[in-house]
Design a protein around this ligand. Structure first.
Ligand SMILES: [Zn+2]
Length: 913
C-alpha cells in the first residue's frame, strides 16, 4: 500500500493525547511522519551493568546521546524509551524537565534545530521475558548471563531510540560490567578501562566498541556474562575482494562441554563461501560471532557481527540428523540476513517478508548446496510448508505483503505466511523467472540499496530488468492475495481452485510445475515412470490446463499408480490425490524422498480437511513410516499421526488408535538399529502419545505404555534396568528421561517427590524447565489451581517471577491432560484476557493466552457442521462479538485458537460419518 507520509505530519504538542508519552504501540503513521523530517546519524550508548549480579537490583543505568538532523526546525518529535525512570534530558545544551517531557515509553523533544544532539539518562529494567536485556541465572552454577533481543522494537527497552527500521544510524556502544566477564557487541572492542568496583568489591571495566556501519536499531545487540568462547577465522574470498572474517562462538559455561564448535565453524565457513559466490557483495560487517543464549524467544536473530541463537541448538542430549540440519538451516538463514535485511532493510514492517522469506529461501538453498544436508528441500516441503498451509487457512491469514499499521501487528506477523509461505512462493518465483535472473536481480538490489532501505517495488524492478518479464501481474496474484491454491488431476488435465479468504473472490495463480507418474517397481516402491513440465495460467486460463498423461484407470487386479501434481514441490498448493493415486500411496512406500515428502504433505492436508479419516492416516503411518529414509520426515509424520489421534480422530476411536500407534512405536523402539535417529524419534513420539492418554484410565491394549515409560524415566542417569530388552542402544539421556517423567506425571503415576528427586540428579536450566512442566501436569485439582494462578499472575507461589520459558512450561503442564480439571477455569480465562494483554509485554501475553486457551475439544455427538455450539467455541465467539475494539493482535490469538478447535471438531465429525 502507499502511504502519504506528509499527510500524517505531527500535530502540535498541545494537541497530544494525555497518554501519548506512555504509548508503546508506535503506529506506522507516527513512524513515517518522524522519518519524513528526521535523519539520524550517530548514537553513543552507555549501559552500566554493575548491578547485574545483584538479584535484588531490577534496573540498570542507560545513557544515550543521539545526533540527528531535522528538515523542519522549530517543530517537535519524540524518542522511544520504555524506562523505569528518566533522570535527565538535555537537548542542544538545554536541560529539559523530565517530569514534563518524559513518560514511561516516550520522550518529547520540542523546538528542534536543523542539527540536534540529545542526551537521555535514565533507568531501564532487566528483562525476564526475552525482550530487551534479558537476565538469566544458571541454576546449575549460579552464574549470571545477559543478552539482548530487540526485533521488532525492543531496543527502546534498553536505550532511548527512534525505534523504526528506516532511521538507520552508526552506533557506538559502551558497556560497564564485571572485569572477568565477556562483554561483546556488533563490533569489536576498541578500548577497555578500569571502572572501579561494585558493592561486593568486584572489579569492573568499561569496554568501548567500534562504531558500527549504518544499521537499524532492531539489529543492534549486547552480550554480557561469563560465557565460554571459541575462536576461528574464515579466510576471505579473492573473487569478491572479501577480507578475512574473525569467527567466535559463545554459550553458557555449564554448556561448554556440549557445544560442537568445530562443526558449527565448518557450517559457518561453508555459508560465507557460498553467499560470497552467490551475492557478489562481500560480507561487510567485520567479525562474525554466534552466541547461544538461554530462554530465547525464537530460533535466532540476525544481529550483524553477533548473531544470537536459542541454546536449544547446543545439544545436551543426543541429537538427530534432523536437529543438526535444522541448526545448519538456522545458521544459513541468519547469514543470508546479513545481506537481505541488514545491508538492505525494509522501510517498515509491511515488507518484513522482503527479508524473512528471502532468508528462509536462501538459507534452505545454502544448506542443500553447501552442506552435507543435500535433502534440505525435502525437509522444507514437509515442515516449513506445513507451517505455511496451516497459517494460510486461518481466518486471520493475510497477503505476503501485509498491512501492518502498528508495532503490535508487526509482532504478530512473524508467522507462517511471512516466513514459510513467502519462501515457498519465492521457490515458485525462481522456477518462474529462472535461477540466473533471480540471482542477478539480488546482486543488483544489493549494489543499488546497500546500507539503505528498500521496498517490494525495488526488488521487483531489479527482477524485471534481469528477467525481461513484467512481474506486476505475478506479484498481484501471489503477493497481494491470501489463501492456499488447490490442484488436482481431472479429465486429462490439471484443475486449479482457490478462494481468497480475505476478499472472498476466486483466486487462481500462475504456476510453473511438474507432474509425475509413479508405479510400483520390482521391490514394491512407487518409482517415477513419467514426468512433464506444466505451465498453469492465472485467472481465466488457470482453472483447467490440459496435460497428456500416460495414465488410464487401473483394470481390476492391476496395481494403481500415483499421478502427482507438484512433483519436485516447485509451487505452493494443496494437492488433492485422485482415488487411484490415494490407494497407491496408502499401499506402497515411495522411492524418491522429495516426492514422498510431497505425498505425506498432501495426506496430512487431506486429514486436516476431513477428507481422509484420521484413522486411515494413522494406519498409513503405522504401515509405511518405517520405510522413510529421511529421519526428519520420519519424525515429522510420527508427530502428525500423534496429532491425528489427539485432535482429529473422534473420541470413540482415539483409544484404539492410540494403542495401535503405541505398539508400532514400541516396535520401532525395540527393532530399529540401536541408537539410530528413527529409534529416538519413536521414543519422543511415544512419550507424547502416552501423555495424551491422560483421561485417568489407560487405553485398552496399551498396558505396555506404563512399563515403557518407567524404563525410559529410569531413576537416574545409570538406572534403566529393562533396557536390555526395551529400546536397546537408545541413550536414555535428559531429554528422553524428562519426556517420560512428564508423561508419567500427566497420567497420575508420578509423585512430586519423585519429580524432585529426578531433578536433583542434574539441576540444569533445561531440566528445571522440564521439571516445572512435569510438576504442573500432575492430575490433581490443587496442582492445577496452583499452575493456573502462577501463569495468570506471572509469579510462583514462593514469590518468584516466572520467566518466559517457565511460564510456558507451567501452562503446558496445566493443559497436558485431563481437560476436565482445566474446565473450571474456562470462565476465568475469558474474563482475564484483557488484563493479561494490557499488563504484560506482547511476548509474555501471547505465551499466556496461547498456553491457557481452553483445551476441551471433544466433538458434540449428533452435530456436524462447524460445531459452533461447542461450549468453548460459543464462549470464544461471545467474547469476539463483545470486543470488536480489542487490540487486533489479541483478537488474532483468539481467532486462531478458535479456528484450531473448529477444525478439530470438523475433522472428528467428518470421520464419524
Ligand atoms: Zn529471519
Amino acid at each position: 500500500m502507499v502511504i502519504d507520509s506528509t499527510s500524517s505530519a505531527a500535530p502540535s504538542p498541545e494537541g497530544l493525547a494525555e497518554d501519548f508519552l506512555d504509548r508503546t504501540n508506535l503506529t506506522r503513521d507516527e513512524a513515517f511522519a518522524r522519518s519524513a523530517m528526521v535523519t539520524t546519524s550517530e548514537y553513543d550508548v552507555h549501559l552500566d551493568l554493575s548491578t547485574a549480579l545483584d538479584p535484588r537490583a531490577s534496573r540498570y543505568r542507560s545513557t544515550t546521546t543521539l545526533r540527528f538532523s531535522c528538515t523542519r526546525p522549530g517543530s517537535w518529535t519524540f524518542l522511544d524509551f520504555i524506562n523505569d525512570g528518566v533522570e535527565s534530558v538535555v537537548l542542544n545544551g538545554r536541560a529539559l524537565e523530565p517530569a514534563q517531557v518524559a513518560g514511561t515509553a516516550r520522550i518529547l523533544l520540542e523546538d528542534l534545530a536543523v542539527e540536534n544532539e540529545v542526551t537521555v539518562t535514565g533507568d531501564a529494567l532487566y528483562s525476564t521475558s526475552g525482550e530487551g536485556l534479558h537476565r538469566f541465572v544458571d541454576p546449575s552454577d549460579g552464574q549470571t548471563y545477559l543478552y539482548t533481543q530487540y526485533e521488532p522494537a525492543d531496543a527502546r527497552r534498553v536505550f532511548a531510540t527512534f525505534e523504526q527500521p528506516d532511521l538507520k544510524a552508526r552506533f557506538a556502544f559502551h558497556l560497564t560490567g564485571p572485569a572477568d566477564w565477556v562483554l561483546a557487541s556488533n563490533q569489536p572492542p576498541t578500548a577497555r578501562r578500569d571502572a572501579g568496583t561494585d558493592e561486593a568489591g568486584r572489579a569492573l571495566v568499561t569496554v568501548d566498541f567500534a562504531r558500527t556501519p549504518p544499521m537499524s536499531t532492531y539489529i543492534t545487540t549486547l552480550l554480557a556474562g561469563p560465557y565460554a568462547r571459541w575462536q576461528d577465522r574464515w579466510g576471505g574470498h579473492p573473487d569478491s575482494g572479501a577480507p578475512e572474517v574473525p569467527l567466535a562462538l559463545y554459550c553458557r559455561a555449564s554448556l561448554a562441554g556440549s557445544l560442537d564448535a568445530e562443526r558449527i565453524f565448518a557450517t559457518t565457513k561453508a555459508g560465507l563461501d557460498y553467499f560470497h559466490d552467490l551475492f557478489g557483495t562481500p560480507y561487510l560487517w567485520g567479525k562474525y560471532d554466534q552466541a547461544f543464549v538461554p530462554e530465547y524467544n525464537l530460533g535466532a536473530m540476525e544481529n550483524p557481527g553477533l548473531v544470537t541463537f536459542t541454546e536449544h541448538h547446543v545439544f545436551t542430549s543426543t541429537a538427530t540428523q534432523a536437529q543438526y540440519e535444522s541448526r545448519a538451516t538456522t545458521v544459513m538463514h541468519e547469514m543470508a540476513h546479513m545481506w537481505f535485511g541488514d545491508l538492505v532493510t525494509m522501510r517498515w514492517w509491511d515488507d518484513l517478508w522482503l527479508k524473512e522469506s528471502f532468508a528462509d529461501f536462501m538459507g534452505t538453498l545454502a544448506v542443500a548446496e553447501a552442506t552435507e544436508f543435500t535433502a534440505a528441500w525435502t525437509t522444507f516441503a514437509n515442515r516449513r510448508k506445513g507451517w505455511a498451509y496451516l497459517q494460510d487457512q486461518y481466518p486471520t491469514t493475510h497477503p505476503i505483503v501485509a498491512d501492518i499499521p502498528d508495532l503490535e501487528a508487526a509482532r504478530q506477523n512473524f508467522d507462517g505466511i511471512t516466513y514459510a509461505k513467502g519462501a515457498s512462493v519465492l521457490k515458485q518465483l525462481v522456477a518462474f523467472v529462472g535461477r540466473d535472473a533471480f540471482m542477478a536481480a539480488s546482486r543488483a538490489y544489493f549494489a543499488r540499496h546497500a546500507w539503505a532501505n528498500a521496498s517490494l517495488d525495488d526488488f521487483l524492478g531489479a527482477l524485471s530488468e534481469a528477467s525481461g518479464r513484467d512481474l506486476r501481474a505475478w506479484s498481484g496474484d501471489w503477493l497481494r492475495t491470501s489463501g492456499v491454491p488447490e490442484l488436482w488431476v481431472e479429465e486429462g488435465g490439471l484443475r486449479q481452485a482457490g478462494t481468497d479468504p480475505v476478499s472472498g473472490a476466486e483466486a487462481l495463480r500462475p504456476h510453473v510445475l511438474k507432474i509425475g507418474v509413479f508405479s510400483p517397481d520390482d521391490v514394491g516402491r512407487l518409482a517415477r515412470t513419467w514426468g512433464a513440465d506444466v505451465e498453469v495460467g492465472a485467472a481465466g486460463a488457470g482453472a483447467w490446463t490440459p496435460v497428456a498423461m500416460p495414465v488410464a484407470a487401473p483394470e481390476a487386479g492391476e496395481a494403481p499408480c500415483l499421478v502427482l501434481p507438484n512433483d519436485e514441490d516447485l509451487t505452493y498448493a494443496k494437492i488433492r490425490l485422485d482415488e487411484p493415486s490415494l490407494q497407491a500411496v496408502l499401499r506402497y512406500p515411495m522411492a524418491d524422498a522429495l516426492a514422498s515428502a510431497t505425498v505425506w504433505a498432501a495426506l496430512w492436508n487431506m486429514t486436516r480437511d476431513g477428507l481422509l479419516p484420521a484413522g486411515q492416516f494413522v494406519e498409513a503411518v503405522c504401515r509405511l513410516a518405517g520405510a522413510l529414509s529421511e529421519a526428519g520426515l520420519y519424525g515429522s509424520v510420527l508427530e502428525q499421526a500423534r496429532t491425528a489421534v489427539d485432535r482429529y480422530a473422534p473420541a470413540s476411536e482415539r483409544s484404539a488408535l492410540r494403542s495401535r500407534l503405541g505398539e508400532v512405536l514400541v516396535d520401532a523402539l525395540n527393532t530399529r538399529g540401536a541408537g539410530d535417529d528413527q529409534q529416538r524419534s519413536a521414543a519422543r513420539t511415544f512419550t507424547r502419545l502416552a501423555r495424551g492418554a491422560g483421561d485417568g484410565a489407560l487405553p485398552d491394549g496399551a498396558a505396555g505404555f506404563l512399563p515403557v515409560l518407567r524404563t525410559l524415566a529410569g531413576t537416574g542417569p545409570d538406572a534403566a534396568p529393562d533396557q536390555e530388552r526395551l529400546a536397546p542402544g537408545l541413550e536414555v539421556d535428559a531429554e528422553i528421561h524428562w519426556l517420560a517423567w512428564q508423561a508419567l506425571s500427566a497420567l497420575g503415576h508420578a509423585t512430586q517427590d519423585e519429580l524432585d528427586t529426578a531433578l536433583a540428579w542434574d539441576v540444569s536450566a533445561m531440566n528445571t524447565v522440564w521439571h516445572r512442566m512435569a510438576s504442573a501436569a500432575r492430575p490433581e485439582p490443587a496442582v492445577r489451581h496452583a499452575a493456573w494462578e502462577a501463569v495468570i499472575s506471572g509469579v510462583t507461589p514462593d514469590g518468584r517471577t516466572l520467566s518466559n520459558d517457565h511460564l510456558s512450561a507451567t501452562a503446558a503442564g496445566f493443559t497436558a491432560s485431563r481437560p476436565d480439571l482445566a474446565e473450571p477455569y474456562e470462565d476465568r480465562f475469558w474474563t482475564a484476557l484483557e488484563a493479561v494483554w494490557s499488563n504484560r509485554s506482547n511476548g509474555l501475553a501471547s505465551r499466556t493466552l496461547h498456553g491457557l486457551f481452553p483445551s476441551r475439544q471433544d466433538a458434540i455427538p449428533g452435530t456436524v457442521e462447524g460445531q459452533r455450539n461447542h461450549p468453548v467455541a460459543v464462549a470464544a465467539q461471545t467474547w469476539l462479538d463483545g470486543h470488536p475494539e480489542a487490540p487486533r493482535a489479541l483478537r488474532r490469538i483468539i481467532l486462531e485458537e478458535t479456528d484450531d478447535l473448529l477444525r478439530s471438531l470438523r475433522a472428528q465429525a467428518a470421520n464419524r460419518t
